[in-house]
Design a protein. Sequence first.
Length: 279
Amino acid sequence: MLGALLLLALCSLSPASAGKLLVVPMEGSHWLSMTEVLAELSRRGHEIVVVAPDNKILIKSSESYDLKTYPVPITKEEMQALMRSFGPRCFSEDPFPVRLWNILKDFRQSSSMFVASCRSLLYNEEMMKYIKESRFDAILTDPFNPCGQIVAVHFSIPSVFFMRGVPCALDIQAAQSPDPPSYVPRMLSLLTDRMTFSQRVKNYLLFLSESFMCGVAFSPFEDLASEFLGRPTTMAQLLSHGSVWLKRLDFAFDYPMPVMPNMVFIGGINCASKKPLSQ
């Protein structure tokens, strides 16, 4: 699985020689899964530059890549408090409407922080000049925080998405993949692809509510992207420019779903170096 992923990533850079890869990561567990790939790409001779805000928490310097930071108006303590607040929400046993409302509030709070951080990057003249002059072959980024994709679209750099999922099936919409709500469970529903009639109704109602939820969560990013790119831009339009989707899913642990040819399932990539569980 790891070999197939690396082959695909290398092909997106250059078929014959080492390439230059810009990485605009997402903080937290998203980043921890990505480091395995960066280490292997570095061993194969690729030049990697990671761009991160100066309030980074888990993103550290490494021999595998060159780390460049930019100032943001959010302190490291504020970011840590935000990340810690997600834990109790994930394991909450509140009724579904309550959990949904709390998650929506978390989305709004985190979105405002990430947008402020992204604005600091996009309007950092020194950093943007460096990215332009470096002539990167590709950008590796997590679309949950679409800042990297805004940079990719602005400089017309091919982007490779590395992700677990995007709320409201925005990844499916952007890639124009089939996504029938009667069969494909929505994120946060806790349903599987085998649903009773009542569960399908619940799933469909959640599908109808997604436009409102993601409108609240991602509209600040859409406003920022539209402002910076100089044209009206939605999240789906922004992500539609992605060249390859590397999805940390696996049909053995999730469920079968329609996918497009540029979507590759890499479930378990973050467990590559772990020891097998004892009996």
